[in-house]
Ligand binder design. Structure first.
Ligand code: PLP
Length: 394
């Protein structure tokens, strides 16, 4: 018999994954070109050539056991040093290898840091709409995810409610910018206010509140919009970075945590995060891909392809009468549903072979997420269906 908690989790299993399976099923029935699957954030832009070259170079020039062996739980020292240098150059920080822990993607990094920090009953605050997996990651450690209502005006965090919901139980706050599902980048003004609130509350409660910055979309920002580097604004910041989207490597499971000296109880946090990496069963991040990304820290995917999709989808949906904020980053459009019930809207869209994820799964009912990391032909062929949908709902 499976565990009670898993029984619940199987029941509520990710709508996003279920949609992905549904897309494959519909494609078998109707043909792939007649199914418009906007459900999953699986990058469609090619991995940079330098990644392939690095893989081949490493495989062809090094001893197998230096490529495939175990290493420290935190990862290869030279890889962590290269990452620290690269961050220092970009953001004028002062990190070194001791501040970096290699992880199994952002998902692995978030689980490591939650295991490191959370006691049962602790609270982690996040802002709706948010990546739905946070619910599972936080409940893995018997902690509670506290959500702040969405600010549907511009999807910047709603700071008044945030201030009110911080308590002695608040151990961490997790934010994600550029944001999944809205594509909004939290502005510098927002970050400064958020940091000030956190500092005040730490004083009031005589506690440490860690800010976890979940950053898989950092490199996917359009129109040269700045994505503030949070460690510079708030001393208790831990960054969870991933190469899944920035280098189109989601299946390779590679990322890192940044835990600077300025973080409260820094040495204990780093030591515990190393042990968490081991005892969660990751042991270490994938060996070959640590070596690969160290050689590709300046590589970039072709963001123009995403940008063209963003323009095409945004302009077209607005002209049909849909309402949405123009995304500044990531590859998602978060659209207000013309029906109040976003689940019903997704069901109607499915009848036109259009698959999207209801806002409810991001803690924001009445909206739908469209992942535009697909080829532009899919968007073009889906547009008549989007127009029919809104016309039928009016
Ligand atoms: N955080 C957010 C906001 C995401 O959108 C995703 C993946 O879509 C993840 C974390 C997990 O990313 P990774 O593939 O690096 O584990």
């Amino acid at each position: 018999m499976i565990a009670e908690q898993m029984r619940e989790q199987v029941k509520n299993s990710s709508i996003i994954r279920a949609m992905f399976e549904e897309g494959k099923r519909l494609a078998e029935i109707h043909g792939a070109d007649k199914v418009f699957d906007f459900s999953l954030g699986n990058p469609n832009v090619a991995t940079p050539d330098s990644v392939k070259e690095a893989i081949l170079e490493i495989i062809n020039s090094e001893e197998p056991m230096s490529i495939h062996g175990y290493m420290n739980n935190s990862g290869y020292e030279e890889v962590r040093a290269a990452i620290a240098n690269s961050i220092n150059l970009k953001f004028s920080t002062d990190f070194n290898q001791d501040h970096i822990i290699m992880t199994v993607g952002a998902a692995g990094g978030l689980n490591v840091i939650f295991k490191t920090l959370l006691n049962p009953g602790d609270e982690v605050i996040t802002f709706a709409p948010f990546f739905g997996e946070y619910r599972n990651y936080v409940s893995n450690y018997q902690a509670k995810l506290v959500t702040i209502s969405p600010n549907t005006l511009d999807f910047q965090p709603y700071l008044q409610e945030f201030q009110e919901k911080i308590s002695l139980k608040t151990k961490a706050v997790i934010i994600n910018s550029p944001n999944n599902p809205t594509g909004v980048i939290y502005s510098e003004a927002t970050i400064i206010k958020l940091a000030n609130i956190l500092r005040e509350k730490q004083k009031e409660f005589n506690s440490h509140i860690y800010l976890i910055s979940d950053e898989p979309y950092r490199e996917l920002a359009y129109d040269n919009t700045e994505v503030p580097y949070l460690s510079k604004y708030y001393e208790n910041t831990i960054v969870a970075y991933s190469f899944s989207k920035s280098l189109s490597l989601p299946g390779e499971r590679i990322g890192y945590l940044v835990i600077p000296d300025s973080v409260a109880d820094h040495e204990d946090v780093v030591a515990a995060a190393n042990i968490a990496t081991r005892i969660l069963g990751f042991v270490n991040a994938p060996s070959l891909f640590q070596r690969v990304i160290a050689r590709c820290l300046d590589a970039k995917v072709d963001i123009d392809t995403y940008n063209r999709n963003r323009e095409l989808l945004y302009q077209s949906l607005m002209s049909f009468g849909y309402e949405c904020i123009k995304p500044q980053g990531a590859f998602y459009l978060f659209v207000k549903t013309p029906l109040d019930d976003d689940l019903e809207f997704c069901t109607r869209a499915k009848q036109k072979n259009i698959l999207m994820v209801p806002g409810t799964s991001f803690g924001c009912p009445g909206y739908v997420r469209i992942a535009y990391c697909v080829d532009s032909g899919t968007i073009e062929r889906a547009l008549p269906g989007f127009k029919e949908l809104i016309d039928e709902c009016k």
